[in-house]
Design a protein around this ligand. Structure first.
Ligand code: FAD
Length: 475
């Protein structure tokens, strides 16, 4: 192995590994150092996303949604199941296999692109030098013309509710339960809390979600958040807002969480607790003294729009830097940096990054909420259209929710789009592309959408912006 590279990427998650691949595609000699260690001691590229985040959570969401639908919907299709059963072991095994296939695929991609994949720890020493400690503990100093920091993030621990890996766990632990908890407490009604709460609720757990904020899904459009709250309530998720958790006590009957809400001091006893109160950037032991890289008070490496740190030829991407903690945001930053290093023109459009919550119904959006449009002083117009009259939604038996489009009245440009309903995470892509190409509402109105398809609801919502929806009341 050579010790000298054009680009060394520290961190092999969805921000880091694509940066290394693109650097190699650009003809640069690239290495990617990654430290991920699974609970069984095995090593794998892919970071949080592939090993403990996006992928295993989506695998569990799919399996549990199927189980739930088999219970409540199959009969209406005329499918009679004599005795529906749950084999959690097989469900977990399936999830593990998906993770393994995808993480293993990164090794193959590295090989195909001639990226040097190095398992172990990286530490930036400054001046183009990176200390690499291999999995056996042996140290070596590598050099690079450019260094990309991509060490991601880690769950925030509440000092009053410390993780014990058994009864009080983080999101990774919550994906690994080997039995369905009878009573489950989830601290935090953010994206991860709602997804994990849904997984275990569908398998029969009594789920209570404690959220410190008074507003539900503050980051989503208010109308969407209201609709989502209605569905989650119907599904039996007990979401308590304004509930500030103060402590946890373990006893024979489970874990008793104490919290304060409008009604005063409250207690909740559960069998397991998932703490999902957010993630913090992970830069522990990443930087030697005097590298010139600045880390802010919250632990984020400071970067400009192009992900340059203050130090020459040192870049940082993904959850380690400002912006939404999302895999696709990190990937685009990594690719942008690798292109900029190769002297190409590249950028990330931070105004057009989609967010998805993979609950049922799914929730997805891009751009501004109505409140943000109002706050920005934009003279806007909106159009909404429900899935209820849509033929495809009816055929698949998932006709809850709606699409809402927000546009600038002055030039008809789409400035925000919000979907709650079936396959929202897929549907939102049309609106992402539209916004990226600065499409007007009329562009969507005049685009032919296949029939019958869920995307027709986007078409109708665009028509509804100008009160021209064909199959329902214009809102
Ligand atoms: P990470 O994925 O955290 O990767 C960083 C890597 O760097 C890790 O492998 C780490 O071990 C390694 N590392 C750290 N320090 C060093 C070092 N010094 N030397 C070498 N290696 C080091 N996002 C979405 O977009 N969609 C989703 O559906 C989604 N679902 C999620 C579900 C859950 C339960 C969780 C927890 C997260 C989810 N996320 C989702 C968020 C997503 O996982 C992160 O935004 C994404 O993984 C960040 O990518 P990253 O490459 O910046 O960091």
């Amino acid at each position: 192995m050579t010790d000298s590279f054009d680009v060394i990427v520290i961190g092999g998650g969805p921000a880091g590994y694509p940066a290394a691949i693109r650097a190699a595609q650009n003809g640069l000699k690239a290495a990617c150092i990654d430290d991920w260690k699974n609970r069984d001691g095995s090593r794998a590229f892919g970071g949080t996303c592939l090993n403990a985040g996006c992928i295993p959570s989506k695998a569990m969401l799919e399996s549990t949604e199927l189980y739930h639908r088999a219970q409540v919907e199959f009969q209406a299709h005329g499918i009679l199941v004599e005795k529906l059963g749950l084999d959690l072991g097989t469900m977990q095994k399936r999830k593990g296999e998906i993770v393994k296939q995808l993480t293993g695929g990164i090794g193959a991609l590295f090989k195909a692109n001639k990226v040097e994949g190095l398992q172990g720890r990286g530490r930036f020493l400054g001046d183009g030098k990176v200390e690499y400690t291999d999995t056996g503990g042996k140290k070596k100093t590598l050099t690079a013309r450019h260094v990309v920091l991509a060490t991601g993030s880690t769950p925030i621990e509440l000092p009053s509710v410390p993780f014990d890996g058994k009864a009080i766990v983080d999101s990774w632990g919550a994906l690994e339960f080997d039995a369905v908890p009878g009573r489950l407490g989830v601290i935090g009604a953010g994206v991860i809390g709602l997804e994990l709460g849904s997984v275990w609720r569908r398998l029969g757990a009594e789920v209570t979600v404690l959220e410190a904020m008074d507003q539900f899904l503050w980051m989503a459009d208010e109308q969407i958040a209201r609709e989502a709250a209605r569905h989650f309530k119907k599904q039996g998720l007990d979401i308590r807002l304004g509930a500030k958790v103060q402590g946890a006590k373990k006893g024979k009957s489970g874990v008793t969480l104490s919290y304060e809400d409008k009604g005063g001091r409250q207690e909740l006893t559960v069998d397991k607790v998932i703490v999902c109160v957010g993630r913090r950037p992970y830069s522990d032991e990443l930087l030697a003294d005097g590298t010139g890289v600045t880390v802010d008070k919250r632990g984020f490496v400071e970067v400009d729009e192009e992900c340059r740190t203050g130090a020459k030829n040192v870049w940082a991407v993904g959850d380690l830097v400002r912006g939404p903690m999302l895999a696709h945001k990190g990937t685009e930053e990594g690719v942008m940096v690798a292109d900029l290093i190769a002297g190409k023109i590249a950028e990330v459009n931070y105004e057009v990054i989609p967010s998805v919550i993979y609950t049922a119904p799914e929730i997805a959006w891009v751009g501004k909420t109505e409140a943000q449009a109002k706050e920005a002083g934009i003279d806007y117009k909106t159009g909404s259209f429900p899935f209820a009259p849509n033929g495809r939604a009816k055929a698949i038996g998932q006709a809850a929710g709606f699409v809402k489009i927000i546009a600038n009245k002055r030039n008809d440009a789409i400035i925000g789009a919000h979907v709650i309903g079936p396959m929202a995470g897929e549907l939102v892509s049309e609106l992402v592309v539209a916004m990226e190409f600065q499409a007007s509402v009329e562009d969507i109105q005049r685009t032919v959408h296949a029939h019958p398809s869920l995307a027709e609801v986007i078409h109708e919502a665009a028509l509804a912006v100008d009160r021209k929806a064909l199959h329902g009341v214009n809102r």
